[in-house]
Ligand binder design. Sequence first.
Ligand code: TRP
Length: 328
Amino acid sequence: MDRQTVFSGLQPTGNVHLGNYLGALRNWVKLQDSYDCVYCVVDLHAITVDYDPKQFESDRLEAAKVLMATGIDPDRSLFYFQSQVPQHSELSWILGAMTPTGVLGRMTQYKDKVAKGEAANLGLFAYPVLMAADILLYHANLVPIGDDQRQHLELTRDLAERFNNRFGEVFPIPDALIPETTSRVMSLTDPTSKMSKTDPNDKSRVLILDSPDVVRKKIRSAVTDSDPDVRFDPAGKPGISNLLEIMSACTERSIDDLVEEYGSRGYGKFKDAVADAVIAALAPIRNAYENLDDEEVARIMRRGALDARTKAEGFQQIVREATGLAAL
Ligand code: TRP
């Protein structure tokens, strides 16, 4: 059997943080050993909310560099900017023609963004259709995503089925891939909500490229509680439990093991150990990032886009034939 195809996308919105790394990117890197992976910097998704074009350009390059620094290997995986492969937009239009607007209006992420004051434009509304197109374009089988994207993947599966029923079997029905070690990294300043790119408080997250000093300061100031024991109790002690999860993910030691070592040594010692673990986990990434040359990365991304276009065009010809849109 052919190797299965994995597809995932990262928005180039800057602020790539420890939660992104431990919860997703680290797993993307591992998947390269077992699957044909397609990793896309989804810049078209990111322009559906207000943005500054100059800042965007540098965030876009930074996202590509961060992914490469974590270990995404452009020689093994298809790796490129979504906007450079027009087949994404073409398939998105075709799928959009069969997407009920009522379904899109019920998408949680859309409703949340509009409730938070984002303009309810067509791009934001159609965002999940473009995401479905990303995935189906390469006939992907597996899609590593976080919990917040499950609803979008459900829509993708529905659209694939709808398409297949109407036009013939073209698309495999993709499955979500939620990593075994789902490290759900929470905010350092409000450990009951997820670590987020958009939290206005910088101290709420450790960025992948933060210097060791900054990492240590942020971990030291992480919100905890006044009971002195280091114990895993997400409901009662969300701050300490989050730090235990983070340290466990960075060291690959079990939480029990960490509790045994740090249980009664006080929060100060424990936080220092967490900081050491995070700094050690991020050091190779920072190092690799600093050794990347912008021009060279740009060249790699152009080459990736060329390869992706070739591959996507082959698949799109099948879609065009099935839908009556083939070249005459
Ligand atoms: N919507 C995803 C997110 O915000 C990004 C994304 C776009 C994506 N296209 C995708 C993820 C396709 C997986 C597959 O995280």
